[in-house]
Design a protein around this ligand. Structure first.
Ligand code: ASP
Length: 354
């Protein structure tokens, strides 16, 4: 997409909207000057990984002057019901009992309000439930069966959110995770898969079996420079029932700082919780570091302070700031994130060397 044309077009549209509505009397506090003097690169959406269905949904809200909070919520909702996403929402990764327990948090930089649900079951959109905790209650987090009950009261349907893929993963996982029970063991399970699946399917299914985590962070800055973020996940596959990861914990899997930026984490949540990962990234951005440098600092802390330099986990930080900058840093060596702004959509390889 041509940078100057697309940006000019966007600003003209925003300014046009301003001129049109500015004629309204009686709204002295309404800031209609959005889009004018906006830094290059804003408005901006970032999603972790290459889940373009989520970035497209979020950008769909932002591009017409929508709010960052609505954008991250739309992005998370798209991921939660995307049929081929096996780590978030419907069809997510089951726990040790074969039940999908979802974790989610959402935060609005404009108000610095936040909401979260942990270990919620049978709810298609934990992001909506988390937002309802934020908007309808004086609390920040509701967990377990109480989160499910809360969502039901808010109008959600409690339903079976497993998929053929998640059920299949569980059947194979219980077959291979222990040799001392009556489930067929790993070798038998793998042999069965080889017998049953066409070669074209085999590689993908074997990779799926290896998966042990997956999450999406959706971060956005809108044309008013308001920031918001949402992190939604089914957490670690095979986790102990009731385990909450970093994703629903404000400051760990997600943090947003008004006038500064937003950060989120994916990967093994225990390490992220120990260093308040996303809060650390945002604090470093407040001190003036770029999103990449701030992410690197949080990962450095994680490696130095929680694992004595022996990093055998795969945590990944992503961040954006109100200047339209973005970045990511990972321990594992493989990190990708997707951004969407007036230049279009782009998937970027993040930094990985400490
Ligand atoms: N952070 C998530 C958790 O620990 C999992 C992940 O991001 O892969 O539950």
């Amino acid at each position: 997409m041509n940078r100057s044309v697309s940006r000019r077009g966007f600003l003209e549209k925003a300014a046009g909207a301003t001129a049109g509505v500015a004629a309204l009397k009686g709204f002295p506090n309404l800031n209609l000057n959005y889009g004018v003097g906006l830094p290059e690169g804003l408005p901006l959406v970032l999603v972790s990984g290459s889940k373009t269905w989520a970035s497209d949904a979020a950008w769909g809200v932002l591009k017409d002057g929508g709010e960052a909070l609505d954008a991250v919520h739309a992005g998370a909702m798209a991921a939660e019901v995307y049929p081929r996403d096996s780590s978030v929402g419907v069809g997510g990764s089951p726990n040790e009992d074969g039940v999908i327990q979802l974790d989610c948090s959402i935060m609005d930089g404009k108000s610095m309000q936040c909401g979260a649900v942990g270990c919620i079951e049978g709810i298609e959109h934990p992001s909506t439930a988390a937002r309802q905790v934020m908007e309808w209650t004086d609390h920040c987090m509701i967990v377990g069966p109480y989160a499910t009950e809360f969502a039901r009261k808010m109008g959600h349907t409690v339903t079976d959110i497993s998929s053929e893929g998640s059920r299949d993963w569980y059947r194979r996982w219980i077959g291979r995770h222990s040799d001392s029970d009556d489930w067929f063991n790993a070798a038998e399970s793998a042999a069965k898969m080889k017998r049953e699946l066409p070669p074209s399917e085999l590689g993908r299914r074997q990779r799926e079996l290896e998966r042990n985590h997956g999450t999406i962070n959706v971060l956005a800055v809108d044309v008013r420079r308001d920031v918001a973020g949402c992190t939604t996940t089914s957490g670690l596959s095979g986790k102990i029932p009731g385990r909450c990861g970093d994703s629903p914990i404000i400051g760990a899997g997600l943090y947003v700082l008004r006038d500064v930026g937003a950060a989120g984490f994916t990967g093994r949540g225990e390490e992220v919780i120990r260093v308040c990962g996303s809060f650390t990234v945002c604090e470093q951005m407040r001190r003036g570091l770029s999103p990449t440098e701030a992410s690197r600092e949080a990962i450095r802390r994680m490696v130095d302070e929680t694992n004595e330099g022996n990093a055998n986990f795969s945590d990944n930080a992503v961040a954006i700031n109100v200047k339209g900058e973005h970045g990511s840093f990972t321990v594992s060596g493989r990190s990708r994130y997707t951004i969407h702004n007036t230049d279009g959509r782009q998937t970027i390889q993040g930094e990985a060397r400490l």
